[in-house]
Design a protein around this ligand. Structure first.
Ligand code: AMP
Ligand code: ZN
Length: 143
């Protein structure tokens, strides 16, 4: 569907407009099919524990630890690979919210793990940037 639309529209447009159209189609189809965008927009259900102007946090649907919360930017960003220099404050905010939610969940003292899976080899399955906050049990050492 995407490649068909790209072909039909793309070939009749001058190069800069073609690039713009490609960018638009990619963004539109990524966002309209993105479960985390839907959760942020309130059109898909989630157990939301925090929401502000930059991020939304909710319980993972398949928790891998007693506390397993996902912190996601409200704006669609595919993955860590798609971050720009200007996104540094957003990323900092995601970590600050993670720390606050850890305190709120009572796992601050015991400790917790923050994970950002990136790309297929990184084990990323939802291509909307998210920070996993996991705790409430001793995690296995990585080394
Ligand atoms: P990752 O494998 O790092 O991309 O993590 C994606 C995470 O999103 C997984 O832990 C899933 O269990 C979780 N997940 C997927 N869909 C939903 C959903 N609708 N609500 C809550 N968590 C979800
Ligand atoms: Zn999204």
């Amino acid at each position: 569907m995407i490649s068909f639309a790209r072909r039909r529209w793309g070939q009749s447009l001058p190069w800069p407009l073609r690039q713009l159209a490609h960018t638009f189609f990619r963004a539109y189809f990524n966002m309209s099919g993105c479960i985390f965008c839907k959760i942020v927009a309130g059109t898909a259900k989630a157990d939301i524990v925090h929401r502000d102007e930059q991020v939304t946090a909710f319980h993972d649907r398949h928790p891998a630890a007693p506390t397993h919360i996902l912190i996601v930017p409200n704006r669609h960003i595919d993955s860590l690979n798609a971050l720009a220099e200007a996104d540094a404050p957003l990323v900092g905010h995601m970590f600050i919210v993670a720390k606050q939610l850890a305190a709120q969940a009572g796992i601050e003292e015991g400790g917790y793990r923050l994970i950002i899976n990136t790309g297929t080899h990184g084990g990323q399955t939802v291509f909307h940037l998210h920070l996993h906050l996991m705790g409430g049990q001793a995690m296995r050492a990585m080394g």
